[in-house]
Design a protein around this ligand. Structure first.
Ligand code: LMR
Length: 311
């Protein structure tokens, strides 16, 4: 961690994942490196990964209290601040990370960064992780295989509804607790990206990972609007430029980072199960009805826009 010099603006960046072989971990480290090099004497960034400072339930509150200046929680974690982001949790809404990228870069997506300013939070950038896969302590091939199982979910009503649609029982839980919960059987399964399944070693305590690509985990780099506006214009603009460049560089690599994590899981003896198109369609049919429950929150026009990008 960089030691900050006296007089420098201290920017604490808190996140919950590992730092290597992880799209967010790598991006946050690069941001730290660039800020500390290019803004030396003016600003200093300290990144706290692996939930060492806060978990995602605490970090936004801490930000509003001024205890931390930046974070990049997954979009699912903003539910208490805005319902708009629910579109990102709807299963099978985006066909791949490129479609997510295109949606985020549309006018609607860009406006979402400012959807929480009234609550004191400002989005600075979207960072990619990737598509989610399903795992459990029993093979998941057909959606009915998930019936009666307890699945850890992020604390999001959409994700709870998604697991309920499968006949599963959703258990909201902080990311840092998932490995232990899987290991001790508090939950049977979970959903996450390859990089998180690898980084947290979930594959070691699961029967296998089914390649469903059914949803997305992406992030918003967020800051407290009061803090951001307290910065001198030139400082803010230099920081914004660095964030923009890091975003562009690392988002372009996120798919590759996840594919490498997928391979690393296989190399470490983890079981990866691919689905036939028919098998995957059965998961689509089981989960898609969840859209109806949330279409008023996210707006039919936004769903239509996301679907048009997929085509
Ligand atoms: C999770 O809670 O599963 C993820 O949001 C963790 C993360 O930041 O990727």
């Amino acid at each position: 961690m960089a030691a900050c010099d006296e007089g420098e603006i201290v920017i604490k960046f808190s996140h919950v994942t590992n730092t290597d072989r992880h799209p967010k971990g790598i991006a946050a480290s690069l941001l730290q490196e660039r800020v500390n090099e290019e803004m030396d004497g003016t600003a200093c960034m300290e990144v706290f990964p692996n939930s060492t400072l806060y978990n995602d339930d605490q970090v936004l509150e801490a930000m509003l209290n001024g205890d931390v200046q930046m974070a990049a929680p997954s979009l699912s974690k903003f539910e208490q601040f805005t319902k708009q982001f629910r579109i990102f949790d709807l299963p099978f809404m985006f066909k791949n990370i490129d479609a997510v990228d295109a949606f985020q870069n549309s006018e609607t997506g860009q406006e979402m960064k400012e959807s929480m300013t009234r609550r004191g939070l400002l989005g600075l950038a979207f960072w990619h992780n990737g598509m989610k896969q399903m795992s459990a302590n029993t093979p998941l091939i057909e959606p009915s295989d998930a019936e009666g199982l307890k699945f850890r979910v992020q604390n999001s009503d959409v994700l709870k509804a998604q697991m309920a649609a499968l006949g599963g029982s959703p258990q909201p839980m902080a990311f840092s607790e998932v490995y232990g919960a899987l290991q001790t059987g508090v939950v049977d399964g979970q959903e996450n990206t390859w990089s998180n399944i690898y980084g947290q070693k979930f594959f070691e305590v699961q029967d296998g990972i089914t390649e469903t690509n059914h949803g997305v985990i992406d992030y918003m780099v967020v800051t407290g609007i009061d803090w951001w506006e307290s910065l001198d214009e030139d400082v803010r603009s230099q920081l914004a430029t660095i964030i923009e460049e890091v975003t562009e560089t690392r988002n372009a690599e996120s798919f590759k980072v996840n594919q490498e994590a997928r391979q690393a899981i296989i190399d470490a003896g983890g079981e990866v199960r691919e689905l036939t198109p028919e098998q995957r369609q059965a998961w689509v049919d089981a989960m898609r009805p969840v859209w109806d429950e949330f279409k008023d929150d996210v707006g039919q026009e936004n769903i239509d826009a996301a679907q048009a990008i997929n085509d």
